[in-house]
Design a protein around this ligand. Structure first.
Ligand code: BES
Ligand code: ZN
Ligand code: ZN
Length: 486
């Protein structure tokens, strides 16, 4: 990630390879007016034009980026990212986007760190041209009147920690599924956690002893056995009054569908199916690095969903942790099975709230599209806290209901306590959430279905780069930070 610093300097006199200037549609274009008018720059949101400055400013290259009249923090985050990605072969950049608050300065820093992300681990070193242009930027200076305020420096540092977490989650999601199987993913989380977070890994034998029939049932078709990763963070001076948040993530390192196998086209991106676990693990580490005064207990439920002679069959009954029996009807609805064990473990830790994050249902994409996370909850107040946090971070989320119809369907198995799957696809996201709710008891719970926004199959836009997006990491950190300061 580039290093980001702050300066009160003017964009006209600042020395850098390039300067990015935010132009609001309602503002005078200043010294650049002639060039911008010639280029046909209208200033429409996130429009970028790059041109030689020819002395109009000190930097040899100017990138003008359009901003609306009253830009939100998210507008600035996107503009910073888009403008940065439009620059080739520059190593130092100044950003003149006129942030109106310390929060907006932080948003610009996030835009820089998130927008310049590229996954190059599997590109040959010699193949420089294939590396993302923005990855060549080393030094970014945000020009702002807040530069000398310690709150601004602190906000930029926080932005860096949080962006690092998003980018780690992206790395994990982007790693090919054959290179990130349950045991390897568990190790990667443990290595990333460092010393502030305690990590315990349960292998398949331990999962057996602990009666985690959901995780085992999903993982048994694979020759790479499942894992459960428990992460705990206790801030210094923890007392009984310190808030306690539990997190649970779906970590299917590859979802073939199992015996209810997916058609080839639907399987193509199914390395993304561990994005929930990646988000939860990365957010936990960020919360610890920020030293937020809140306890976190996180569970990453890792398994590979494969068809084989040892795989769970449609019709099998699994006994989950806690004793609930579940009749499996479709082995492709595996996420809810691993999450059931994770949520039971989370409830045992007696936190104040639990949030699970999962690429759970294609139905959520049908309902909300590719950019919006579905929020389902048994607690209106907590669900509103999650929504509030998402508005702070700019991550698009929308609440969906858990209806009585779905509860009745979940409880309609003729041979077990619950049925895992509703053969009718209508309301698939709601049914899945109704199933998960059976495992949280009275605990205050929110479920984030990130099936749509977890992976960008198209080209980069704003701070959303290609592939894994790291979605929900920033909102999880924000929820923790809001609970910590409540
Ligand atoms: N991992 C998928 C959900 C998914 C689909 C995530 C597309 C991201 C993009 C999940 O395990 C799944 O296969 N769900 C099924 C559920 C169905 C069998 C009830 C689905 O959505 O089709
Ligand atoms: Zn599936
Ligand atoms: Zn899945």
């Amino acid at each position: 990630m580039p290093s980001v610093s702050l300066s009160t300097a003017k964009s006209t006199t600042f020395t850098a390879d390039a300067v990015i200037v935010g132009i609001r549609t309602d503002e005078d274009k200043g010294d650049l007016a002639a060039s911008l008018d010639l280029l046909g720059f209208t200033g429409q949101k996130s429009q970028v034009m790059v041109f030689p400055s020819h002395g109009a400013v000190k930097a040899p290259i100017v990138a003008a980026v359009g901003l609306p009249p009253e830009p939100s923090a998210e507008d600035l985050r996107r503009a910073a990212a888009t403008a940065l990605r439009s620059l080739n072969n520059v190593s130092s950049v100044a950003l003149d986007l006129h942030p109106a608050s310390v929060e907006e300065v932080a948003a610009i820093a996030e835009g820089v760190h998130l927008g310049s992300y590229a996954f190059t681990a599997f590109k040959s070193a010699a193949d420089d041209a294939s590396k993302d242009a923005a990855a060549t930027v080393d030094d970014v200076t945000i020009l702002t009147a807040f530069a000398r305020q310690s709150a601004a420096t602190a906000a930029v540092e926080r932005a860096q920690t949080v962006s690092e977490a998003v980018n780690v989650a992206r790395d994990w999601v982007n790693t090919p599924p054959g290179d990130l199987r349950p045991a390897g993913f568990a190790e990667a989380i443990s290595e990333h956690a460092g010393s502030n977070v305690k990590v315990t890994i349960w292998d398949d034998k331990r999962l057996e002893k602990e009666s985690c029939g959901g995780i085992l049932g999903v993982g048994r078709g694979s020759d790479s056995p499942p894992r459960l990763v428990k992460m705990t963070y206790r801030p210094a001076g923890t007392t009984k009054k310190t808030p306690h948040l539990a997190l649970v993530g779906k970590g299917i390192t590859f979802d073939s569908g199992g015996l209810s196998i997916k058609p080839g086209a639907s399987m193509q991106t199914m390395k993304l199916d561990m994005a929930g676990a990646a988000a939860v693990a990365a957010a936990t580490v960020a919360i610890a690095r920020l030293g937020l005064p809140i306890q976190i207990t996180a569970f990453a439920c890792l398994a590979e969903n494969m068809p084989s002679g040892t795989a769970t069959r449609p019709g099998d009954v699994l006994r989950m942790r806690g004793g609930t029996t579940v009749e499996v009807h479709n082995t492709d609805a595996e996420g809810r099975l691993v999450l059931a064990d994770g949520l039971t473990l989370a409830a045992e830790a007696k936190p104040d709230h639990v949030i699970d994050v999962a690429t759970l249902t294609g139905a959520c994409i049908v309902a909300l599209g590719n950019n919006t996370t579905g929020v389902l909850s048994n607690d209106d107040t907590f669900s509103e806290s999650v929504m509030t946090a998402s508005r702070t971070t700019g991550e698009s989320m929308w609440r969906l209901p858990i209806t009585e119809e779905m509860r009745d369907l979940v409880q309609s198995s003729t041979i077990a306590d619950l049925r895992q799957h509703n053969p009718k696809p209508a309301g698939g996201t709601l049914f899945a959430a109704a199933f998960l709710r059976e495992f949280v008891g009275e605990l205050s719970w929110a479920h984030l279905d990130i099936a749509g926004p977890s992976f960008n199959e198209g080209s980069a836009h704003g701070h959303t780069t290609v592939g894994g997006t790291g979605v929900s990491v920033r909102t999880l950190v924000q929820v923790a930070s809001d609970l910590a300061s409540a």
